[in-house]
Design a protein around this ligand. Structure first.
Ligand code: ZN
Ligand code: CA
Length: 372
């Protein structure tokens, strides 16, 4: 049913339009044209000024033919990471890749190409469907900027699917972590390191002790923590009196995150106290995570549709975030689905054509499942 040549041609066309984050105007123009040519009503939202991106988000509506079907949304982003200009695709058998001087841009134009081909298939095959909103965003790669600005209340969708996850078609990201950041200033006592070291207390030693006391790295399947920045000291002949540390932790379950931040704080405070010194600790939580349940309609639909296209559904948690987080937090439970792209955010990025075809089949299957 999928027209593979047409799909690949359109994918190649999309990835050859430069659209690094903040330079989204041209890709948004082309996508607007394509969606309108398919008979959809397309609107660019008025968030460009606020976000500083090259374009607002595109919201395209496809009116349903089945009134009883749940209204749903699909989301993809049209910006790319760098180096994403002048992409020259190369096809090697089933694999589309770049000439290795740039990324490929399958993240996330593979998702967009599958959506466009999916819409065409609905029309060509008179497939019954409910109301569908296509929400295409910019600035995803620089912090989910476009999606964050979307007015979720203006959307009718009850739930949705983002096509923007690694892993093969069939993977469903059902959980993504909350984040916490920790910033600490360790105050030691300065002294001449050669003349009177006993008069000083090294903030660097306190930091070292604190860090070795902290649980860090992958702590369990859903909890990670890292000290990513350490700054301090000026000269070798001064006992260092100030060290700044910046770290983070992520967990799907918020109470685990709170426990982790407590442990990190206590390690710092304990190490400082032991040396008669103080530490200022600041912890900030970002409730950006989500967790979908197996019994949620969105997960049920995803699983059924994946089975329909001959794959085994695999429900997974991720350590990262995507536009799916933003829509889910905004009240529209959204599962992020595996697209099959490989080695994204690198010059080795690849897209298997067979996965692109399978993803398109999945788009249609999702729509059919909702309409049944
Ligand atoms: Zn992406
Ligand atoms: Ca990405």
């Amino acid at each position: 049913m999928v027209n593979k040549d047409r799909l690949v041609k359109e994918f190649l066309e999309l990835i050859q339009i430069d659209s690094e984050s903040k330079n989204e105007a041209e890709i948004a123009r082309v996508l607007t044209e394509k969606l309108e040519a398919l008979g959809l009503e397309v609107r660019e939202d008025d968030t460009k000024e606020q976000t500083g991106l090259g374009s607002g988000n595109l919201i395209a509506k496809l009116k349903g033919t089945v009134a009883a079907a749940d209204p749903i949304l699909f989301s993809c982003h049209f910006d790319t990471v760098t180096p994403g200009n002048g992409i020259k695709p190369v096809i090697n058998g089933d694999i589309i890749e770049s000439d290795k001087t740039t990324i490929l841009g399958a993240d996330d134009k593979a998702g967009i190409a599958a959506l466009l081909e999916g819409i065409r298939l609905l029309k060509e095959n008179d497939i019954a469907h409910g109301d569908i909103e296509f929400v295409l965003t910019g600035g995803e790669e620089i912090g989910l900027v476009g999606a964050s600005a979307v007015d979720k209340k203006a959307l009718a969708a009850k739930y949705g699917f983002a096509l923007d996850s690694g892993g093969p078609v069939g993977e469903v990201i059902v959980a993504s972590p909350d984040h916490a950041k920790i910033n600490a200033k360790i105050h030691g006592v300065a002294a001449h390191a050669g003349v009177a070291p006993e008069a000083g207390v090294s903030a660097i030693e306190i930091a070292a002790k604190a860090i070795t006391m902290m649980p860090l790295g992958r702590l369990d399947e859903e909890l990670t923590a890292n000290i990513g920045v350490i700054k301090g000291g000026d000269r070798t002949n001064i006992v260092c009196d100030l060290v700044e540390l910046n770290g983070e932790a992520r967990a799907i379950t918020f109470s685990k995150l709170e426990n982790q931040m407590k442990a990190m704080r206590e390690a710092l405070e304990g190490a400082a106290e032991e040396r008669g010194c103080t530490v200022d600790v600041e912890v900030n939580y970002e409730r950006v995570g989500y967790k979908l349940e197996e019994t949620d309609r969105v997960v049920e639909v995803a699983k059924a549709a994946i089975v329909k296209v001959g794959r085994e559904p695999e429900l997974k948690a991720t350590g990262g975030g995507s536009d799916a987080n933003i829509f889910t937090i905004g009240g529209i439970p959204t599962a992020n689905l595996g697209v099959g792209y490989l080695d994204i955010h690198s010059k080795d990025e690849k897209m298997p054509i067979s996965e692109l075809v399978k993803l398109t089949e999945l788009v249609v299957a999702l729509i059919q499942t909702v309409a049944e």
